[in-house]
Design a protein around this ligand. Structure first.
Ligand SMILES: [Zn+2]
Ligand SMILES: [Zn+2]
Length: 473
């Protein structure tokens, strides 16, 4: 019975038969033999026989437990070994150094103080792990090493980037990380994660539903209203741009979709079929951001053009322009004036929000540079990534707001791209939250926001913002 109990707890019982079960089996066999010997002696009272049997049984149990504890304690890589085949993802989007060795081989022993130093000096920037392959032979097998010690370098997404066999000096390890694009010495130590959050709005959103844009949650100006007829009723949007953002995320068949769309006539407010309207396409003087006014009559548009400037475009031309620039992560239509600028591999793209901008690193697998403005003050924040982690951050105090909202089932989910942002400091973030009483979410480090994207599977990235969640409901 003890054997069965002990084996059930044994960490080896689920995998290849290791040394543990054999040892325990041997011990139990010895115990049975001992008990037999004791029982066979003459002159031993029945009572003391029972005591001796109990003593041996207890001894066997204690020895077995010690062996099991020793095995579990000396194999910090047990979990790593279990998941090694699929490469375990890093805990917090950190690059990882895995050393597979033993506690007895000489070069392995020389690695131990180096690993300890790296662990301490680069805490929060590098995960350092040691696996004793003598105590945990499964790990050695699953990483297919041929000699010990072997050091394996994983990037923040969990991908193996390099391996080295034999003793590896500390400066050589650091130089190798740098060569792989991870400059551990330059990166600032991870500052304490911000703790600020507001999960309940300071004030309930008391606007009537018909006055709220389906896409951006902004106020609807009746002069720029766009209405999309859907099976579930009218979808109201604050203007043509929010319409095209929604359109770019739709997963359904879009044939003749524009027939469902009407726009408000700037000159009188009446609803006009979108395809019959003309659009005065101008630009805000300060930012260059496009301005759009729809007209039922060309003469009215012409009159406004003479007063305000711009060009008159038909619906199909407007659509082409609006859909030409996309988010490099989620593929939504975007105005560069609203977006974060992203440089990836020498090419430029945009992030429709700060978090999508970081997501370009996950979607492309490239090191990227993100330029995004503080949502409160417009100050610039620059993030550079290397191998899926933050390599540099300017200013170092910058933090991200992860906008969340309560789903009907009570769980908090992302509030969408319009509700995310970067701030140069947690102070600015708090001020912005104060100014936006209906905003809910939490402050996170930019490293965490990046890690959240890096941990997405290719399938999840493919589906980003194309899961129909922006479709008319
Ligand atoms: Zn809107
Ligand atoms: Zn996006």
């Amino acid at each position: 019975m003890i054997e069965a109990l002990v084996l059930a707890q044994c960490p080896c019982s689920g995998g290849d038969p290791g040394a543990g079960p054999l040892l325990i089996f041997g011990l139990v066999a010895c115990a049975v033999w001992l008990v037999h010997r004791i029982g066979g002696k003459d002159g031993v009272s029945r009572m003391s026989k029972v005591w001796k049997i109990a003593l041996v049984v207890v001894l066997v149990a204690v020895v077995a437990i010690v062996i099991i504890n020793k095995q579990m304690g000396s194999s910090p890589g047990t979990d790593a070994a279990k998941s090694a085949a699929q490469v375990s993802p890093p805990a917090a989007g950190l690059p990882r150094l895995l050393d597979l060795g033993s506690t007895t081989c000489i070069p392995c022993k020389m690695m131990a103080p180096i690993l300890e130093e790296l662990k301490k000096e680069y805490a929060g920037r590098l995960q350092v792990e040691f696996v004793d392959v003598m105590a945990n032979p499964d790990a050695g097998r699953s990483y297919q090493i041929s000699l010990i010690p072997t050091q394996i370098f994983f990037d923040a997404s969990g991908k193996e980037r390099f391996r080295h066999e034999g003793f590896f000096a500390k400066e050589d390890i650091l130089a190798k990380w740098k060569q792989l694009g991870v400059d551990l010495t330059a990166a600032a130590p991870a500052s304490a994660a911000p703790t600020f959050s507001r999960m309940e709005p300071a004030r309930a959103d008391d606007r009537p539903k018909t006055a709220i844009c389906h896409m951006c949650d902004g106020d609807i100006n009746p002069e720029t209203l766009v209405v999309v007829k859907s099976a579930k009723g009218d979808v109201r949007l604050c203007g043509p741009h929010c319409y095209f953002i929604m359109y770019s995320c739709l997963t359904e068949d879009k044939t003749d979709f524009e027939k469902k769309v009407s726009v408000a006539d700037w000159a009188g407010g009446a609803a006009v079929p979108a395809t019959a309207a003309v659009f005065l396409y101008g630009a805000e003087e300060k930012t260059g951001r496009p301005t759009l006014k729809a007209f039922a009559l060309r003469e009215a548009a012409e009159k406004e053009r003479q007063a305000a400037g711009g060009n008159i475009l038909a619906w199909n031309v407007l659509q082409e322009k609006e859909l030409a620039t996309r988010c490099g992560f989620c593929d939504r239509a975007v105005y560069p004036e609203d977006a974060a600028l992203v440089r990836a591999d020498g090419l430029f793209t945009w992030g429709c929000c700060s978090h999508c901008a970081l997501g370009v690193a996950a979607r492309t697998g490239k090191d990227i540079e993100v330029h995004e403005r503080d949502r409160l003050t417009g100050e610039m924040i620059v993030v550079k990534t290397a191998s899926g982690s933050v390599a540099s951050l300017e200013p170092k105090t910058a933090v991200a707001w992860f906008g969340l909202r309560k789903a009907p089932d009570g769980k908090f989910v992302s509030a969408g791209c319009f509700h995310q942002g970067f701030f140069v400091s947690e102070e600015n973030l708090k001020k912005w939250v104060e100014q936006n009483p209906t905003a809910t979410g939490k402050a996170v480090t930019i490293a965490q926001a990046l890690a959240d994207k890096m941990n997405l599977s290719p399938q999840q990235i493919q589906k980003a913002c194309k899961i129909g969640e922006c479709a008319p409901k």
